[in-house]
Design a protein around this ligand. Structure first.
Ligand SMILES: [Zn+2]
Length: 141
């Protein structure tokens, strides 16, 4: 059962977001905060020290930069034209690491939601994704 926000709730959330935050993790953190979710940042003891963790829900939200994590099929990702082999190897290592950490988190019983930097622009969609993943907000907690 998934509770979606009403359009009114959603615009209330969006109006509380501070536009000055431009870093991807900060965008998502302000959004979650405005939505009323409480979370831990870079929590120790969770594989990869994820950006955002919800210990009681046992869920993790991680934000991947499209460049460093080589987002496949992404309009904003371009393979660098010089030192291409170096970059290809680097991206392959990053992807391997991402997959390994995600597997470790799953094994330890955490659900993982990966958000890409390019997905953060569509706020209504982002809010829906977060609510779908996290489940309804418990009021007064
Ligand atoms: Zn992307």
């Amino acid at each position: 059962m998934v509770d979606s926000l009403t359009p009114e709730q959603r615009s209330a959330v969006m109006s509380r977001i501070r536009r000055a935050d431009t870093k991807p993790e900060l965008i998502v953190r302000s959004l979650l905060h405005a939505m009323g979710y409480r979370f831990r940042v870079q929590m120790k003891g969770v594989p990869g020290r994820p950006d955002i963790a919800f210990p009681r829900r046992r869920k993790i939200v991680q934000i991947h930069g499209c460049f460093w994590h080589a987002h496949e099929g992404c309009a904003t990702f371009r393979m660098p034209k010089s030192r291409t082999e170096f970059w290809q190897a680097k991206f392959a290592r990053n992807k391997e690491r991402d997959a390994r950490l995600e597997q470790m988190a799953h094994t330890a019983g955490w659900d993982v939601l990966t958000l890409w930097e390019c997905e953060l622009k569509d706020e209504p969609l982002l809010i829906d994704k977060l609510v779908d993943f996290l489940g309804p907000l418990k009021v007064n907690t």
